[in-house]
Ligand binder design. Structure first.
Ligand code: ZN
Length: 409
C-alpha cells in the first residue's frame, strides 16, 4: 500500500493583495516545485469545515483528519497543553494562553507581548503554584504562547476567556458560563491566577530589560479556550493507518498525540519562519517505509499573515518550495500519495482567518490528473477535485490507496 504524506501550510490561502499587484502571496511566489506537483496531480479547493465557516486551526485540523469537530471538539486548551508535553488528565481544565502587554489601566496593548522570543521564564514563575487547593501547571510554547492546566477537585471548563481577543480593550475577568458552583469556583481560580501572574511577571528582570530596549513587556497572562480532555478513537483504530506527525508548534503536536500519532522531532523545527523545512521533508521521506500516513505541519505562513506581512509570506513560500524537490520523483514514480493544502485561509490584509477556501493538490499513486499546472487559490478553481470538504479528505486519500470499505456489495 502506498503511504500518504499530508503537508499542511497553516493559513496558506490568502486574498489578492495590493502590494503584490493583487495577487495572493501563493500566486505571487516563485515556487516551481509546488507548481510541478500541481501539474502532476489533481487540484481543487477545500472547505476545511464547510462553506462559510471561518475555522480556528484546532477544529480545522480535526476536520481535515476526519474527526468532526462538532462531536470531538472540547476547547483548544487540552490540545495545546498536550503538545507542550503536559499529560492532561480527564479531570483537568486546560487553557491556551498568551503572554501579553497591558498598561497601568489593565488595557491590553499587545496580545503577544511583541512576539517575545520565549515564554519559558514566565511559565516557570506560575508553574507549581497552588491556589485554593488547585495546582497550576504551566508550560512554555513558541514565543508568547503558554499552556496552563488547572488540576484538582471541582473544576469545570465552562468558564470564559480572560483574553479580550482584540487590543485596546481591558483584560477580562473570567466568569462562569453555567450556573453551577464548579464553574464559578474555576472562574475564581482563573482570576486569582491572572492577578498573581501580573504581580510576578511585571517585576521580572526580562521585562525590565525589555522596557529599557523599548520593547513591550510580557506583564500579563491572557487565557482562552478552556477545555477538558475527552476520549478519542486513535487514527490507527479509525483508519487502520499507522501515523506520524512532524511539526514545530505545540497545538499540532498536541492534536496528533491525542489522535495516537507518533510525534517525530526534527532538529530546528521551530514553527517559526526560521524552521527547518528541509529537515522536516527529509524526515518525512525517511519515515516512509515505517508509516502509512505522515502529517507534516508548517506554521509560519499563518503567523506572517496574522502579522500583516504578505511579502514575507510570499518569500517564505518560495523558501519552503525549494525543499519539495525530493518529493517530485516519488510522485512521478507513484510511490507516494502526496497532498499539499492548508487548514484555512488567513488574509494578510485584514490579519484574520477567513472562511475562504484553501487550495489543495493531491499527486502520486492512483491520482487522475487535471489540466491545472499552478498551485494557487485561483488556478485551483479549475481543478478536477472541484470543491471538497475537510470531512471527506482522508477517505478520498484512503481510496487512492485502494483501502476504502465497500459501500453495499
Ligand atoms: Zn491554522
Amino acid at each position: 500500500m502506498k503511504p500518504i504524506i499530508l503537508v499542511i501550510f497553516d493559513g496558506l490561502g490568502d486574498r489578492p493583495i495590493k502590494v503584490l499587484n493583487f495577487q495572493t502571496p501563493l500566486e505571487a511566489a516563485k515556487k516551481p516545485n509546488l507548481d510541478k506537483l500541481a501539474e502532476l496531480g489533481i487540484t481543487g479547493l477545500l472547505h476545511t469545515i464547510e462553506r462559510g465557516v471561518r475555522p480556528g486551526s484546532d477544529v480545522a485540523h480535526l476536520s481535515i483528519l476526519g474527526y468532526n469537530p462538532k462531536f470531538y471538539y472540547a476547547g483548544r486548551g487540552p490540545f495545546e497543553a498536550s503538545g507542550y508535553g503536559i499529560k492532561v488528565q480527564e479531570s483537568d481544565v486546560a487553557f491556551r494562553g498568551n503572554l501579553a502587554t497591558i498598561d497601568e489601566n489593565f488595557i491590553v496593548i499587545d496580545r503577544r507581548a511583541g512576539r517575545i522570543e520565549s515564554s519559558e521564564a514566565f511559565a516557570e514563575l506560575i508553574d507549581g503554584l497552588e491556589i485554593d487547593g488547585i495546582k497550576i501547571i504551566a508550560k512554555a510554547g513558541l514565543n508568547h504562547r503558554v499552556a496552563v492546566v488547572l488540576r484538582g477537585k471541582n473544576l469545570s471548563d465552562k468558564v470564559s476567556d480572560t483574553d479580550p481577543h482584540i487590543i485596546n480593550q481591558p483584560l477580562k475577568k473570567s466568569y462562569s458560563l453555567t450556573e453551577d458552583d464548579n464553574s464559578k469556583f474555576t472562574a475564581s481560580i482563573v482570576n486569582k491566577l491572572t492577578e498573581k501572574a501580573y504581580r510576578l511577571f511585571k517585576k521580572h528582570p526580562i521585562n525590565k530589560e525589555r522596557e529599557r530596549k523599548g520593547l513591550p513587556p510580557a506583564n500579563s497572562l491572557l487565557l482562552r479556550g478552556a477545555g477538558k480532555m475527552s476520549k478519542y478513537e486513535s487514527f490507527l483504530e479509525k483508519y487502520n493507518l499507522k501515523a506520524a506527525c512532524i511539526a514545530g508548534a505545540g497545538l499540532y503536536k498536541g492534536i496528533a498525540k491525542i489522535l495516537g500519532m507518533e510525534i517525530i522531532e526534527v532538529e530546528g523545527a521551530t514553527g517559526k519562519t526560521n524552521t527547518n523545512i528541509e529537515g522536516k521533508i527529509k524526515k518525512a521521506i525517511d519515515l516512509l517505509p515505517a508509516y502509512d500516513f505522515i502529517f507534516v505541519h508548517i506554521k509560519a505562513t499563518d503567523s506572517l499573515s496574522e502579522d500583516g506581512k504578505p511579502i514575507e509570506k510570499k518569500l517564505f513560500i518560495e523558501k519552503a518550495d525549494q525543499f519539495f524537490t525530493p518529493l517530485i520523483s516519488l510522485v512521478q514514480n507513484r510511490e507516494i500519495i502526496l497532498t499539499v493544502t492548508s487548514d484555512h485561509s488567513t488574509a494578510s490584509d485584514i490579519k484574520i482567518h477567513t472562511a475562504d477556501e484553501v487550495p489543495i493538490l493531491v499527486a502520486g499513486f492512483g491520482v487522475r490528473t487535471d489540466k491545472v499546472n499552478k498551485f494557487g487559490e485561483r488556478s485551483c478553481q479549475d481543478g478536477g477535485l472541484g470543491h471538497i470538504e475537510g470531512a471527506n479528505l482522508i477517505d478520498f486519500l484512503i481510496n487512492l490507496r485502494g483501502e476504502t470499505k465497500l459501500y453495499g456489495n
